[in-house]
Ligand binder design. Structure first.
Ligand code: MRU
Length: 346
């Protein structure tokens, strides 16, 4: 099975699979400027922590192309605006800030006389981020496969596959790795309201891979765990604090509480670029709040009365104590996470 890559850069443009339109329509969204990339991240044309980091890196390269004829001071001012704008496109997934930091460092090495070729230098750096993400996701998936018993029934949340991560995925990468080695696994995929990443994207990826899968409403997960129907839960992360507290799609925390109650192993899978070493604990993680429309409407159709108040956090934090292990491309981390995280190279 060929792995889908959620983005490609060719002919001076970034082409993103338009994830707003899946599974009904498979089309690309083309970005010619960094503002196009900012829009794509904000509107979730591209989503998932590593994918938005890689897309933002290409956005910086596009800015260097747009402004390549400016003199040095004006060029650097424009690039700083692009870096800041892309950095701030979404607040929770630290891979975005990680990628921007890396692009800013690369730009700092470009001499004023080399500004006309800064675009090529920055594009190469974005290509490197993409290629490294793919390699990391393969490694992480292989490590995670070691945690999956033969015949396991796996519960997952949101979309953490090739659409969210350049490569196999994180949590869904582990699922795919276990399936590819013939472990006879099956999956329950949470629909993941309000944006339905599970119903629209994970279900689509699982079908593409031929993995036996069942889609459930989010509220079904507790019943399945109580009834002993789930061997393990595996989810991704958008930011992991230095103590192991992990922010991920809203609803993840609730799953972790139920998993703990019924002694179901609860795994978090993420590359080391998702770890915010400067963040001491989950309380310091900024949680994005999104538009009320995401809750009051489904696929553009209003389902709630006009005038109702809405609270729509996009992520929540699972405390480290609810996590059995964190799977990274450098290996599997077990509690106490503070020590295990501090020993990672980054
Ligand atoms: O709002 P989204 O769709 O960008 O949220 C994505 C998630 O929460 C994923 O679980 C997370 O980014 C990990 S994917 C590798």
């Amino acid at each position: 099975m060929e792995t889908i890559i959620a983005m490609e850069f060719a002919a001076d443009r970034l082409r993103l699979i338009d994830q707003r339109k899946l599974p009904g329509t498979y089309v690309f969204y083309e970005c010619l400027t960094y503002e196009d990339v900012e829009f794509a991240i904000k509107d979730m044309v591209v989503r998932g922590a590593p994918a938005i980091g890689a897309a933002a890196a290409y956005g910086v390269a596009l800015a260097a192309r747009t402004y390549r004829e400016l003199e040095a001071t004006a060029f650097r001012q424009k690039l700083e605006t692009a870096l800041t704008t892309l950095n701030d496109a979404r607040p929770t997934a630290v891979n975005l800030m990680w990628a921007i930091k890396r692009m800013r460092a690369k730009l700092a090495f470009v001499n004023d006389s080399a500004i006309p070729s800064a675009y090529q230098v920055l594009k190469q750096e974005a290509d490197a981020i993409l290629a490294e993400d793919i390699a990391k996701s393969e490694k992480l998936s292989a490590f995670g496969n070691g945690l999956v018993p033969q015949g396991a029934t796996i519960l997952t949340h949101c979309n953490t596959g090739s659409l969210a991560v350049p490569g196999l995925g994180t949590a869904l990468g582990i699922v795919k790795a276990a399936h590819r080695v013939g472990k006879n696994i099956s999956v329950y995929a949470d629909e993941t309201r309000p944006r339905l990443q599970g119903a629209r994207l994970t279900a689509w990826e699982l079908l593409q891979e031929g993995i036996p899968a069942t889609l459930i409403a989010d509220s079904v997960a507790a019943t399945l765990m109580r009834d002993g129907k789930i061997s393990l839960v595996v989810v991704g992360a958008d930011r992991i604090a230095a103590n192991g507290d992990s922010a991920n799609k809203i609803g993840t925390f609730m799953l972790s509480v139920v998993a703990q109650r019924y002694k179901v192993p609860f795994y978090v899978a993420a590359p080391v670029s998702t770890i915010d070493f400067a963040c001491p604990g989950g309380g310091a993680i900024v949680i994005e709040e999104r538009n009320a429309d995401e809750v009051t409407c489904i696929e553009g159709v209003r389902v709630a009365p006009e005038g109702i108040r809405v609270y729509n956090p996009a992520f929540d934090v699972t405390p480290a104590e609810n996590i059995t292990a964190i799977v990274t491309e450098q290996g599997i981390l077990y509690p106490p996470f503070s020590g295990a995280i501090s020993r990672l190279s980054h």
